[in-house]
Write a protein that binds this ligand. Structure first.
Ligand code: OKS
Ligand code: ZN
Length: 379
């Protein structure tokens, strides 16, 4: 019998971060990055109990791995913002920027924030990342769940390597794991939140893998080589920024050319210094279909991911590429997701999927499940 995929999650990902509203094109709406997103994905995976093994076991990795990716003043801000906000008389829904230091206003200004209302703009680039009473704890927990899954990735990859060497497994069926977390992470930069994201779960996981002194790359004997594949509809400006000047991890992304976050994600953003050539953006037109998407994904994998010789793949798993997603614009259908998972499986490298976006609640479980089942070769 084929083995089941381990799913790492936590009830706290449902209960701890429940903003009441956001603004979309100027209209006050419900918060699309809602707690029931996790519930419906979990429910679907539970219904496929022969394929998934769900665990709430979360190890505490402490602050170290988070501080490797995010600046201390930003972490401290996230931790204390809500309390300060309330002391200053802010609305109990949570912290939202009053002024964002746009480069034009900051041109001759000092960028020194003394109170929370001012800091809220310094540390946040839009109005979608409200800091509620327990947002920081929720983001911290999501990072710890992701790290727990990452540690399991290392174990599963070692086991896989031994099985391949012993002739009991083939490279065509690499192990996969899934971190079902929220809030998501790929828009969170080293010192600024936004786009529903506060701490960059996947970036924290990637850096942790690189930092493990005993883990060596098969290709060059140096630190483990990590390829990031960001398949969310939106560009992962946070992950890009965090790793822009380093050659490991490799960041690759397929995303809409024409959508949020608007000011990042062009193919001209290639990385800088040692990182030059290790940041690959593939902008796709709105209305991208299954065939277009899979073709572009396969080409990205062939041209960039496989030549990088990764030891691990970390996938920013968004299904807001879905045709009926309420805030996005591609035409991928539920039949497309198993094909995407299958393309990732064919890389032949142990893979951790980390949940990012996807807002069509009715099909969220099916679509996420489709990618994971496709990766397992079950469809
Ligand atoms: C404006 C809309 C914010 C959209 C954020 C996109 C989040 C996402 N309130 N990123 O992958 O799914
Ligand atoms: Zn997204």
């Amino acid at each position: 019998t084929p083995s089941r995929m381990k799913v790492f999650t936590s009830t706290l990902c449902t209960t701890m971060h429940t903003p009441a509203y956001e603004f979309l094109s100027g209209a006050k709406t419900h918060y699309y990055e809602s707690p029931d997103r996790r519930d419906v994905i979990l429910k679907y995976l539970e219904s496929q109990s022969d394929a998934f093994e769900i665990t709430e076991r979360t190890e505490d990795f402490g602050a170290g791995p988070i501080e490797r990716v995010h600046k201390q003043d930003f972490i401290d801000y996230l931790k204390t913002a809500y309390e300060e906000w309330i002391e200053e008389g802010g609305h109990p829904n949570g912290v939202l920027p009053g002024t964002i230091p746009h480069y034009k206003i900051a041109r001759h200004g000092k960028l020194k924030a003394s109170n929370c209302l001012a800091k809220s703009g310094e540390y946040c680039f839009d109005l979608s990342a409200v800091i509620t009473k327990d947002t920081f704890k929720a983001a911290w927990n999501a990072a710890q769940v992701t790290l727990t899954a990452t540690k399991e990735l290392v174990r599963a990859a070692d086991e896989f390597e031994q099985s391949v060497e012993a002739g009991c497994a083939t490279r065509e069926n690499p192990p996969g794991l899934y971190a079902l977390v929220r809030p998501p992470g790929h828009h969170a930069q080293s010192d600024i939140c936004g786009g529903y994201c506060y701490l960059n779960n996947l970036a924290i996981a990637a850096q942790w893998l690189i930092d493990q002194p005993d883990l060596k790359s098969k290709a060059d004997g140096g630190p483990k080589r990590i390829a990031i594949l960001d398949i969310d509809f939106h560009h992962g400006n946070g992950t890009q920024e965090i790793f822009y000047t380093v050659a490991n991890p490799l960041y690759t992304s397929l995303h809409s050319v024409d959508d949020y976050p608007y000011f990042t994600g062009s193919e001209l953003e290639k990385g800088e210094g040692e990182g030059l050539g290790f940041n690959i953006n593939i902008p796709l037109v709105q209305a991208t279909t299954n065939d277009d998407y899979v073709e572009k994904l396969d080409k990205l994998i062939q041209d960039h991911v496989i030549p990088f010789k990764p030891d691990y793949i970390l996938v920013s798993l968004g299904v807001d590429t879905y045709k009926d997603d309420p805030i996005a614009g591609f035409l991928v259908t539920s039949e497309g997701y198993p094909r995407i998972g299958n393309s990732i499986r064919k890389i032949g490298v142990p893979t951790l999927f980390v949940q990012e976006g996807g807002y069509c609640i009715e099909k969220l479980g099916l679509n996420v499940g489709g990618i994971l089942l496709g990766f397992m070769g079950r469809t």
